[in-house]
Structure formats: C-alpha cells, structure tokens
Design a protein around this ligand. Structure first.
Ligand code: SF4
Length: 330
C-alpha cells in the first residue's frame, strides 16, 4: 500500500482585506501519496495557487490559515506543519522534504544576481558546505539539460525555457520528497513546455523527487503526467479521481463541463462533444449558499441551494461532492 506523504484535513485559508474575507481555500481535504503525480485543475481564481502556498506553509499576510490540519510525513513520522510557524517549516522542511516552483518563478530570478548565488544562499541557510552544493548543482544542471557553465551567468542571459530549467534545478537541489509546481509551463512555448515536462518526469524517475503536485489549467498536461486529478471549484475540491477514470467519465457536473470544454479535445472528450460551462465563477467574498456550483449547474436541485454536498468516496479512489451521488457508496 502506498504511503501518505502529505495530508490536509478541512484546511481553510482566507485573504483578510480589512473586514472582508476572501475564502480562497475553504475546507480542503486531500492526500498526496509517495511516488505519484497529482494534477490540480480548475478555472482561474478557484484557489489553486493559494492551495499550493498553504500546503507549502508559505502563508503570508493578507493570507491567513483559518483552520484545519496539514501533516507532512518525514520517514513515516507525521509532522503537523500547520501548527508551526512559516519560519519553523522553512527551517525544518523546505528544500529537503517539500519544495515549490511558484507561479512565474522564472521571472522571480533577479536579472542581476548570478544563478550560482541562489545555490550559495541555499548552502548557507541549510549549513551545507558551499563547494559540496555547487558540485551538486553542476550535476543537477546537466540532468536538466543545462551546461553547468550557466551557473556563472545572469538570469537575463538565459532564454525562458532555460530559466525554468534552472528554477527546477534549484528547487530540487536538496532532493525534496514532494515538489509543488504551480503553473510551471504556462509562460513557456509548446516546445519548451515539452522539454520542461520531460525534465520533471526524468527527475521523478531518477528519484530526485518522489511525488509531484502539479497545479495547472491545462488538462492535456495533466493527462500526460498525472496519476490522479483533483478538480477545484470556488475554493473547494469537487472531485478527486484516478486520471483514466475521470477522463473517461467525469462525475461532478463542473468536472464534466471543464473536461468537455477543452479546445484541443482529448479522445474521450471528442466522443462526448465539446460543452461550455455557462456563467462565471462566483465571488469568493460571498460565495453562493449550498453547493457553490449551483447557479451554473444544469442538474441543480432544491437541496443544492441550501445544503453543501460533502466530498465522499463513491468508488475506490474516486471522491465527488455532489448530491447527484448522494445514494452511492459512502
Ligand atoms: Fe449540481 Fe447540485 Fe451537484 Fe452542485 S450538488 S453540482 S448544484 S447537482
């Protein structure tokens, strides 16, 4: 049986803007197992990026962790990282156990700071001899298809695709068990997207990283690399499923709309025909009552406006939050 690497239970994280709360992540429960790739998919503004930061415990104001638990297992020992401060988590787990490629990471590299300076900084903060980490960086650069000579260069000298490979080399330099990648390919052209995904999966095959949480709006990418898919809508998870099952038969009406609205239809979607989800995502300051998808759902029932459906398992490995499946297995 696969071991759990990270689990989140009823996690709520809101942005506090004066007296207003934006409920970006609102009661998320999930598990990430060892040796798997999980794709998190949903429309812009559904809380994917906030979720990635919260699971990494990179919680900075105005984002506040309101409730829930996040547990990171290190050599089988559970560590409740949600009860620690950001600095404690950073010191004890970042880089070694869990790492992140944040959204637009390649643009975060300062154009006037040499790439090797980031490695030196990591060596200092993790108290690793600089020489040792620079030697590892040279190896890692080769693994990601970059000449180690680029370590001595400035980010502005690298192309977008090269910068993103430099970012993944830096993010994985300490062989983290879990890598969270937030839209890592969205700023790349198609050729560089393919190169990046190949590099990512090579690092996983070589056991540099054990598991990946891949945040994206690109279903075709998730289809290529993921074992499971998580669908988010308005700050909540509405469906979790093995990839082949959800592509064949998405259960939640939002999943059906999302998967059937892709511009380059997957073979399974081609059979069903392209469908567009009517309406727009809700305002997370004052989300709809009951099921948050009810104003856009073609199957809406009376109960959907009043009660919130819980995410429940209806087949092994498949969970859905929708009253259409209320009678099915719990
Ligand atoms: Fe639609 Fe109701 Fe299911 Fe929500 S709970 S997705 S409104 S059928």
């Amino acid at each position: 049986m696969k071991q759990i690497l990270l689990e989140a239970e009823d996690v709520k994280a809101y942005y506090k803007l004066g007296r207003i709360f934006v409920k970006a992540v609102d009661g998320v429960t999930l598990e990430i197992f060892e040796d798997e790739v999980v794709g998190v998919v949903g429309e812009s503004g559904c809380g994917k990026t906030t979720l990635s930061n919260v699971l990494f415990m990179n919680v900075l104001k105005p984002l506040i962790l309101i409730g829930g638990r996040i547990v990171l297992k290190v050599n089988g020992v559970p560590n409740e990282i949600s009860s620690l401060t950001r600095d404690e988590v950073k010191k004890r787990f970042w880089g070694k156990e869990i790492s992140i490629i944040p959204q637009s990471a390649m643009n975060a590299l300062m154009p006037t700071i040499k790439i090797e300076s980031y490695i030196k900084h990591l060596a200092e903060s993790h108290r690793i001899p600089e020489k040792q980490l620079l030697s590892k960086a040279r190896e890692r650069f080769q693994e990601v298809g970059l000449d180690p000579v680029w370590l001595k260069r400035y980010p502005f000298e690298l192309s977008g695709g090269m910068k993103q490979r430099a970012v993944i080399a830096i993010a994985t330099i300490l062989n983290p068990k879990l890598l969270i990648a937030d839209e890592p390919t969205s700023a790349l052209d198609v050729v560089n997207q393919k190169v990046f995904l190949k590099v990512l999966m090579k690092l996983k095959r070589h056991n540099v990283i054990k598991s990946i949480l891949f945040i994206t709006h690109d279903i075709a990418t998730v289809r290529q690399i993921a074992d499971r898919m998580i669908i988010m809508y308005a700050g909540k998870i509405v469906e979790i499923s093995p990839i082949e099952k959800i592509l064949e038969r998405p259960l939640h009406p939002y999943s059906q709309g999302l998967l059937n609205s892709v511009l380059t239809p997957e073979p399974e979607v081609k059979k069903r025909g392209i469908v567009v989800v009517p309406g727009t995502p809700p305002n997370l300051i004052d989300p709809p009552s009951g099921c948050r998808f009810h104003p856009r759902c073609v199957h809406v029932m009376k109960i959907c406006e009043k009660e919130e459906p819980i995410l429940k398992e209806i087949e092994p490995g498949r969970k859905v939050a929708c009253f259409l499946y209320a009678e099915e297995r719990t």
